[in-house]
Design a protein around this ligand. Structure first.
Ligand code: SF4
Length: 181
């Protein structure tokens, strides 16, 4: 028999007829369970992602069945596959077109570090051009590993302060990538 698990309420105070918590926690809970991924798949790791989306692994369980192919509608960029240096500016442009708050998941060895392609034409990790939040190891990573990376993103999303994007620390991170906010 199927069982539906409800999301637990965030920590707070409750009494007869009321429940109080902080805005950060409510926003975090809502964002965590409604992430819209943009799959940027260029090669084999993309096939593993297809399996992750299909019925057996079913990314929809995490509230993320709605993939987006317009950067303006998405908040999680999932990069899966080898990224050539020629393709780097395109990937960066896709990232820049996403609205804040946005997160990035590098799936597999190629996206994380260039993988086995230590050549003149391949970007040795997408973090050379855009900031990455979570790296998923493997060549290719199994769907379980992709889900694990996705859940780590969920944890970051859930616990991020609504003010983080205005912080000096975040501005410094963007400055390092020469991205103006
Ligand atoms: S990490 Fe391995 S499986 Fe993934 S895109 Fe690179 S070569 Fe293919």
């Amino acid at each position: 028999m199927s069982q539906i698990n409800l999301e637990k309420a965030p920590p707070g105070f409750e009494g007869p007829g009321f429940f109080a918590t902080s805005l950060d926690k409510v926003v975090g809970m809502a964002r965590k369970n409604s992430i819209w991924p943009l799959p940027y798949a260029t090669s084999c790791c993309g096939i593993e992602f297809m399996a992750t989306m299909a019925s057996h692994y079913d990314l929809a369980r995490f509230g993320s069945e709605r993939l987006g192919f317009s950067p303006r509608q998405c908040d999680l960029l999932m990069v899966m596959g080898t990224i050539s240096k020629k393709m780097g500016p395109v990937l960066r442009q896709v990232y820049l077109q996403m609205a804040e708050p946005r997160w990035v998941l590098a799936v597999g060895a190629c996206a994380s570090s260039g993988g086995i392609f230590d050549t003149y034409s391949v970007l040795q990790g997408i973090d050379e051009i855009i900031p990455v939040d979570v790296y998923v190891p493997g060549c290719p990573p199994r769907p379980e590993a992709i889900l694990d990376g996705f859940m780590k993103i969920q944890s970051l999303v859930e616990n991020e302060s609504v003010r983080r994007r205005d912080s000096e620390e975040y501005k410094k991170l963007m400055d390092r990538y020469q991205i103006s906010l």
